[in-house]
Design a protein around this ligand. Structure first.
Ligand code: SF4
Ligand code: SF4
Length: 376
């Protein structure tokens, strides 16, 4: 089968049907509570047809498009991690049986998900979480089970959101690999279609079940031009050269105090971030003392409890908590996992209630250091 083809938009439903016939639970973007969220959806009609979003620091709102694009919007409030690494997971249940204890593991890990609409930056975030949960000494078997059966339909970005900076992080706006199929949506001069690229043999086998045609050289060039335009539209940037060193050498920079005056330590940035992975464990028992559960819940390095240990709390100030988050993301993460912890999706900027923008905070530290060097 040709690795690049053309799918007419009114045949998109065939892709959903093919995936479902192969046993996949299809998940994709859909409208809910005045936002675009990822949820289980059964058909192409449930996609946010004709909707876009406006994003800037501390601002997200839906806007209506002048066309019927399926994927004409940018990063959603939630990321795909809610399916691979759910906000709350029951690790096990314990039941007292006379003098013995009965333990049972609960898992929904055998669900075969097909993610429809994974943006290139989000694909990079999934690969980062693969490193976190599937390498090293401590592995997450439930994550691995969900990940093993995952089918990824990537969707390239033909518009840049107001807080995106994927081109700085080299994660977008086009997915290069690690997907099963990728789609680039074209809505031009009354024509509405997708240029499809096959990324795996599994992807090829699914596309065999979908009616496609040949994509002309002109149509492929159209999508390439759209993606170049997206890159040029991105109004946020982050200079990554020497960034891990810059932050590691500026732990006492006065700018951390400046951010601390604005930061509410609400933890929103960590909740929306597609790569953040901190969690805590809670045990719950019933009043009879016969049953207990152990739960794992997302946690955040911004909470006071997160850094509470025997003998006290080692990260009590707002300054130290914001600094921990940013230096982990952009500096020590590289040492730990070999890649940056940021993919440039911009969610933490959009959903920070006071509009703290990590690209600006990094620039403030870089600018001050550059000034100082000039003065030396
Ligand atoms: S940076 Fe913004 S989102 Fe993150 S904890 Fe501070 S106020 Fe909340
Ligand atoms: S740190 Fe912010 S911009 Fe970077 S991946 Fe996380 S949410 Fe996206």
């Amino acid at each position: 089968m040709n690795r690049t083809s053309k799918l007419e938009a009114n045949n998109l439903q065939q892709l959903f049907t093919a995936l479902q016939d192969k046993g996949y639970v299809t998940v994709g973007p859909t409208l809910r509570d005045e936002a675009i969220v990822y949820d289980r959806i059964g058909s192409a009609n449930e996609l946010p047809v004709g909707w876009s979003d406006e994003q800037s620091p501390a601002n997200y709102r839906l806007t209506k498009r002048s066309d019927d694009s399926y994927f004409g919007f940018n990063a959603t409030p939630q990321s795909w991690k809610k399916f691979l690494y759910p906000p709350l997971r029951k690790l096990f249940t314990m039941r007292r049986d006379g003098k013995s204890l009965e333990l049972s593991n609960e898992s929904d890990a055998n669900i075969k998900y097909a993610f429809v609409g994974v943006r290139p930056c989000e694909l990079s975030a999934i690969l980062i979480q693969d490193k976190v949960f599937q390498s090293g000494e401590y592995r997450d078997d439930a994550y691995s089970a969900a990940r093993r059966d995952l089918f990824i339909v990537a969707v390239n970005c033909t518009t840049a959101g107001g807080t995106c900076f994927c081109s700085s992080m080299k994660t977008g706006p086009e997915a290069q690999k690690d997907f099963d199929i990728s789609l680039t949506e074209v809505f031009r001069d009354g024509a509405h279609f997708f240029v499809v690229k096959i990324g795996s043999e599994l992807g090829a086998s699914i596309m065999e079940l979908v009616e496609t045609g040949a994509a002309s050289a002109e149509e492929i060039e159209t999508t390439d031009a759209m993606l170049r335009q997206t890159e040029s539209q991105m109004n946020k940037t982050m200079e990554t050269d020497g960034l891990p060193r810059l932050l590691a050498e500026n732990l006492e920079h006065p700018h951390w105090e400046d951010v601390a005056k604005r930061c509410l330590t609400c933890g929103n940035c960590t909740m929306v971030c597609p790569t953040c992975f901190c969690s805590t464990v809670e045990d719950i028992t019933d009043l009879s003392g016969q049953n207990a559960e152990r739960l794992r819940r997302w946690d955040s390095c911004f909470t006071v409890d997160f850094s509470k240990v025997a003998g006290g709390n080692f990260r009590i100030s707002t300054k130290s908590r914001y600094r921990q988050w940013l230096t982990h993301k952009l500096s020590s993460w590289v040492e730990q996992f070999g890649v940056s912890g940021c993919v440039g999706c911009g969610r933490c900027i959009t959903w920070c209630p006071v509009g703290i923008d990590l690209t600006a905070e990094v620039q403030a530290i870089r600018g001050a250091e550059t000034q100082q060097r000039k003065g030396d």
